[in-house]
Design a protein around this ligand. Structure first.
Ligand SMILES: Cc1cc2nc3c(=O)[nH]c(=O)nc-3n(C[C@H](O)[C@H](O)[C@H](O)COP(=O)(O)OP(=O)(O)OC[C@H]3O[C@@H](n4cnc5c(N)ncnc54)[C@H](O)[C@@H]3O)c2cc1C
Length: 405
């Protein structure tokens, strides 16, 4: 139920909270960032990651306790039960403050929560959603396997019923599990049937990542970080009450989670976006002042600016449509593809300006940050559905072209 609250009183409450918990940006500091990082996604060293996680948990706890973690969400699941425009008021105010990085909670909020909200039982939602919103629980996504990525219907981790049906026993291996090493729970997609139709073979569960039947092993990336893991599951007991959605109905839940992820990548301020273009403009202006920029590179910079502007406008239009209740699905694939393209073009153009300076970390602002981003950027073309899969979605669902298979 939507609670009635005076708009001015609500705005005053938000202001009080933000003043107490975050640093207000003045006009100068709002544009001048301390860091020269290119916003791709973060893959920090473990110690830095732990510090980010602690800050993110503290922030969520404060937000939740002030009733601001999910302003327009239902009170039964930890929301504040207010109208959507209250959420907008708070979001607009947040833009005036330096807020903590919440990368470590991306999977929790944008992948696992949408899946639970779409399909979990009332009891499971009441148990888990408030704890996730408060940062008391952190979640990971246990979908991909060595033999199943783009084609999730090929998942081979098995869950079989035991003890008269009250419990399932799961065994198998997952891979590329972002944040699995600091997660408390995981959303596990497992094979539960041998139905002729692959999409009817899967069931979704919530599992306890601290269970001794689960082993998490880190995977080192070319960026130097280790935000991915392999997860080995050996005889894990899962209560049937932790099933999310129907038996053999896991495909629908998986699609709900992937929709949430695409939406977040499409709209997210952490997505490769306008900031990347601004960093490129900063670099190009400096090079131009030194007389070190070729005409062909100026062309490339302008092309990046134009593409970036088009993406920003498209994202704003899609977000406005979504707010009106006009839910968009396949359009998000367009945005994800374009954002990846923009990031690649900006990094390539920066490389033409910086040359060898992009390769070694000399400490000079705006140089190696581009080299580091180039080690992370390919991951964005793969995670959340590869570029090729996005093109299939656009072809089939937006353009009505023949199915891939
Ligand atoms: C940054 C990042 C974070 C991730 N986090 C997680 C996570 O937390 N949890 C999780 O479960 N997984 C995660 N993943 C894994 C990710 O979901 C998979 O890597 C992705 O789905 C692709 O699967 P794959 O790697 O097995 O490649 P494959 O599916 O084997 O694809 C290999 C190549 O074939 C192409 N291809 C495949 N099928 C088709 C088709 N039908 N048409 C055209 N081309 C096709 C692909 O585009 C790709 O180029 C993450 C990946 C990345 C990069």
């Amino acid at each position: 139920m939507t609670e009635r609250i005076d708009d001015n009183a609500f705005a005053a409450k938000c202001r009080l909270f933000l003043d107490a918990n975050a640093e207000r940006l003045d006009a100068a500091s709002a544009t001048l960032e301390d860091s020269d990082a290119i916003p791709v996604f973060d893959s920090p060293e473990r110690s830095e990651e732990e510090a980010q996680l602690a800050v993110a948990r503290d922030w969520q706890r404060a937000l939740f306790d002030a009733g601001l973690a999910w302003i327009d969400g239902p009170t039964d699941y930890g929301g504040a039960g207010l109208a959507h425009h209250h959420q907008e008021v708070f979001d607009e105010m947040c833009a005036q403050y330096r807020l903590p990085k919440l990368n470590t909670l991306f999977v929790t909020f944008h992948i696992v929560l949408p899946g639970l909200l779409a399909a979990a039982s009332d009891d499971l939602k009441r148990r888990l959603v408030p704890a996730l919103l408060r940062g008391d629980l952190i979640a990971c996504q246990l979908f991909s396997e060595p033999g199943a990525g783009s084609d999730l219907s090929a998942v081979s981790t098995r869950a079989v019923r035991a003890e008269g049906g009250a419990v399932w026993v799961a065994t198998g291996q997952k891979v590329w599990t972002s944040g699995g090493h600091y997660s408390d729970i995981g959303l596990l997609l497992a094979r539960t049937s041998d139905d002729d139709v692959p999409h009817r073979r899967l069931t979704m569960f919530v599992v306890d990542m601290h269970d001794p039947a689960i082993e998490v092993r880190p995977l080192r990336e070319m960026s130097g970080g280790a935000h991915f893991n392999e997860v080995f599951i050996d005889g894990l007991h899962i209560q049937d009450s932790c099933r999310v959605g129907d038996v053999n109905g896991g495909w629908r839940v998986a699609m709900a989670t992937l929709g949430g992820e695409r939406k977040a990548v499409g709209y997210s301020s952490d997505a490769p976006n306008w900031v990347v273009v601004q960093r490129l403009l900063e670099l190009a202006r400096t090079a131009a002042h030194r007389g070190q920029i070729a005409a062909s590179v100026v062309d490339a910079v302008v092309r990046c600016y134009v593409l970036g502007s088009a993406i920003e406008h498209t994202a704003a239009n899609l977000a406005a449509a979504e707010r009106r209740g006009d839910t968009r699905g396949p359009e998000m694939s367009t945005l994800k593809l374009l954002r990846n393209r923009l990031l690649r073009d900006c990094i390539d153009t920066a490389g033409h300006i910086l040359g060898m300076n992009m390769l070694a970390d000399s400490g000079e602002r705006g140089t190696y940050a581009w080299g580091y981003a180039s080690t992370l950027a390919p991951g964005l073309r793969i995670g959340g559905g590869t570029d090729e899969i996005q093109k299939n979605i656009i072809g089939e669902r937006l353009l009505g072209l023949p199915r891939d298979r």
